[in-house]
Design a protein around this ligand. Structure first.
Ligand SMILES: Cc1cc2nc3c(=O)[nH]c(=O)nc-3n(C[C@H](O)[C@H](O)[C@H](O)COP(=O)(O)OP(=O)(O)OC[C@H]3O[C@@H](n4cnc5c(N)ncnc54)[C@H](O)[C@@H]3O)c2cc1C
Length: 497
C-alpha cells in the first residue's frame, strides 16, 4: 500500500466518524427479533426517565444500553439538578422563587441564543419535575450549603450553582439558589442513578444491556425501529411508537470535536467530562434519519478555581494583563470565557494574604515583590499588570469594583509579595470540557427536520440534543434538562404509538 493510500484510508476513517449514519430500510428486514411500542437508546438520566415515562403513559418499552449496566456519564456526575420556581427545598431553606424569576435568570445565563420555548417549558414545569423525582425515589434534604459552584460535600440539598448571586445575574433576577443535590454526601450522581434505576426496575420495561444500537430502521420516512448489536449478532427491533435517542454527547469523538469545537481538544490536562460512550453516535443516528443538529460549536468548560469560594478574592487576567470577568462568578462561566474568549491564556494573581491551596491543589507558579517584576517573570506586559492591580486596589479599598462588579465580600486589595498561578490551557491547569450541541428538538422532544417539522417516530433528550444551555451553562442543567425532556420524549412517543 502506498503512503497516499494509507493517508486516504485515514481520511476516510475520520470522515466516517462524523458523518450521519444511514438508516436501514424496513423493507430489508426479514425478521423482527423484538416488537415493542417505544425503543429507548441509552440508559443515562435522559433514557431512564424517558423509559419510565413512556411506560407510565401506557406504552410497551424496550431499552438498549451499550454498557454492562445503565448509568452512563450521569452516574459519574456530581448529581446537581437545576430546579426552581419555588420547590419545597427552596422554601425549606428560606428562599422565595417563581418560574418567571427562574426564566429571567436562565435565558441570560444559558445564552446567548438560549431556546426560549424550552427554557419556558422547563421553568414552568420545574416544581412538578422536582415532585416527579421525589416520587421516583430521589430524596432531597432541606439544608442550604453556602459553598457554591460544585455539589456540597455534605448531603445538603441546595446551593448556588450558576452565578445567581454575582454580577450581572444579581441585577437581572432575584437572587435564589437552584442547585438541588440528592441527599447523599458529596458526589451524588451514582446515588441519583441508583434511585432512578430502582424506579425503572419496578416497571416492566425490557432492559437490554451490552446492546449497542448501530442503526435506525425507517419506513417511508418514519422511524420504526433499530438495529442493536448483542452477543455478536444484530437484533432487529420494531418500535411502532418510535425511537428515543438518549446516547450522550460527543466529547470522546476526536473527529467531531475537530470539526465542530476544536477548542475542546486544546486543554493539556483535560478532564473530559463524559465516558468513552459519548462518541456522538446518537447524534449521527438522528441525522441519518433526517434530523438536524444545532449549536454543535458550543462547549462548556469547568475550571475549578474553588472551593473555597474565597479564592474569588484573587484577580484573573488574560495575556494582555487585564481582567476579563468578575472572579466571584460561576466557575463554569470562568472556564468557558478562559477557553473560548481568552484562547486559554489566563493567569490568577494573588497576594500572600489571600492565597490558599484549593481543592484541586492549585499552587503558585511565580512570586515577586512588585507587579512589574511579577509581569516580567510571567511574560505579561508590565505596565498593564501594574495598572490592573493599582486600579483594583484603589477601588477595593472603598469596597467597590466599578469595572467588573465583584461583590464587596471578595474585594481585598492585593499587597506584596504577589504570586501568579499559571492557568493557561497548555499548563497543568484543569480544564474540563464537554459538548452542548446536538440534535435539534422541540419542547416535546421530537427531533426536527431541516424545515423544523418533527421527523416521524424520532425523539431525543439529554446530551444527544442541544438543550437548555446554548452558549452559557449552569451546573445542574444537564441532569435537569436530560431528565425533564427525557420524560417528555417518553410521553410523546407513547402518545404516538
Ligand atoms: C465528573 C462529572 C460531574 C458532573 N456533574 C454534573 C452535575 O452535577 N450536574 C449536571 O447537570 N451535570 C453534571 N455533569 C454532566 C452530566 O453528567 C451529563 O451531561 C449528563 O449526565 C448526560 O446525560 P445523558 O443521559 O444525556 O447521557 P449519559 O448519562 O451519558 O447516558 C447515555 C447512555 O447512552 C449509552 N449509549 C451511548 N451510545 C449508545 C449506543 N449506540 N447504543 C446503546 N447505548 C448507548 C451510554 O453507554 C450511556 O449509558 C457531570 C459530568 C461529569 C463527568
Amino acid at each position: 500500500m502506498s503512503t497516499n493510500d494509507s493517508l486516504g484510508e485515514a481520511t476516510d476513517a475520520a470522515q466516517d466518524a462524523v458523518l450521519p449514519i444511514a438508516p436501514l430500510d424496513a423493507a430489508e428486514v426479514t425478521q423482527w427479533d423484538i416488537e415493542t411500542d417505544v425503543a429507548v437508546v441509552g440508559l443515562g438520566i435522559a433514557g431512564t426517565c424517558a423509559a419510565i415515562s413512556a411506560h407510565e403513559a401506557g406504552a410497551r418499552v424496550a431499552a438498549f444500553e451499550r454498557g454492562g449496566a445503565g448509568g452512563g456519564t450521569s452516574a459519574l456526575s456530581g448529581g446537581l439538578i437545576y430546579l426552581g420556581g419555588g420547590t419545597p427545598i427552596q422554601e425549606a431553606c428560606g428562599y422565595t422563587d417563581t418560574a418567571e424569576n427562574m426564566e429571567r435568570f436562565l435565558l441570560e445565563a444559558c445564552g446567548p441564543d438560549a431556546d426560549a420555548d424550552k427554557v419556558h417549558a422547563y421553568c414552568q414545569g420545574s416544581v412538578a419535575h422536582y415532585n416527579w423525582l421525589v416520587d421516583h425515589g430521589v430524596p432531597f434534604k432541606g439544608e442550604f450549603c453556602d459553598e457554591p459552584n460544585r455539589e456540597p460535600i455534605t448531603d445538603a440539598g441546595l446551593c448556588f450553582s450558576g452565578g445567581e448571586d454575582s454580577w450581572p445575574f444579581n441585577t437581572i433576577a432575584d437572587v435564589v439558589p437552584r442547585g438541588h443535590h440528592p441527599q447523599f454526601p458529596d458526589t451524588a450522581g451514582g446515588f441519583l442513578m441508583e434511585c432512578l434505576t430502582g424506579a425503572l426496575a419496578k416497571t416492566d420495561v425490557a432492559v437490554h444491556t451490552d446492546a449497542r444500537v448501530e442503526r435506525l430502521i425507517v419506513d417511508a420516512g418514519r422511524v420504526v425501529g433499530l438495529v442493536a448489536r448483542v452477543d455478536g449478532r444484530d437484533l432487529h427491533v420494531r418500535a411502532t411508537g418510535g425511537v428515543i435517542l438518549c446516547a450522550g454527547g460527543f466529547i470522546f469523538n476526536e473527529e467531531m470535536l475537530a470539526r465542530y469545537c476544536p477548542e475542546a481538544l486544546r486543554p493539556f490536562s483535560a478532564w473530559r467530562v463524559g465516558t468513552d460512550n459519548d462518541d456522538g453516535r446518537g447524534i449521527r443516528l438522528g441525522e441519518g434519519a433526517g434530523g438536524t443538529t444545532t449549536r454543535m460549536d458550543s462547549v462548556e468548560c469547568a475550571l475549578p478555581i474553588g472551593p473555597p469560594h474565597r479564592m474569588a478574592r484573587a484577580l484573573l487576567v488574560g495575556k494582555d494583563g487585564k481582567r476579563f470577568i468578575n472572579e466571584d462568578t460561576y466557575t463554569g462561566r470562568i472556564g468557558h470565557r478562559a477557553l473560548v474568549d481568552q484562547q486559554g491564556e489566563i493567569y490568577m494573581i494573588v497576594s500572600e494574604e489571600i492565597f490558599e491551596v484549593n481543592f484541586v491543589g492549585m499552587r503558585i507558579t511565580w512570586a515577586a515583590e512588585t507587579p512589574e517584576e511579577l509581569a516580567a517573570d510571567v511574560g505579561l506586559p508590565a505596565d498593564a499588570l501594574a495598572e490592573t492591580i493599582a486600579t483594583y486596589n484603589q477601588h477595593a479599598e472603598n469596597g467597590t469594583d466599578p469595572e467588573w462588579h465583584k461583590e464587596p465580600d471578595f474585594l481585598v486589595p492585593l499587597r506584596p509579595p504577589y504570586g501568579a498561578i499559571d492557568l493557561r490551557v497548555d499548563s497543568k491547569a484543569i480544564y474540563a470540557p464537554f459538548t452542548l450541541g446536538g440534535l435539534n428538538t422541540d419542547p416535546d422532544s421530537h427531533v426536527l427536520d431541516p424545515s423544523g417539522v418533527p421527523v416521524p417516530g424520532l425523539y431525543a433528550a439529554g446530551r444527544s440534543t442541544a438543550g437548555i444551555a446554548a452558549h452559557g451553562y449552569v451546573s445542574g442543567i444537564s441532569l435537569g434538562d436530560g431528565s425533564f425532556f427525557g420524560r417528555r420524549a417518553g410521553e410523546s412517543a407513547a402518545r404516538d404509538k
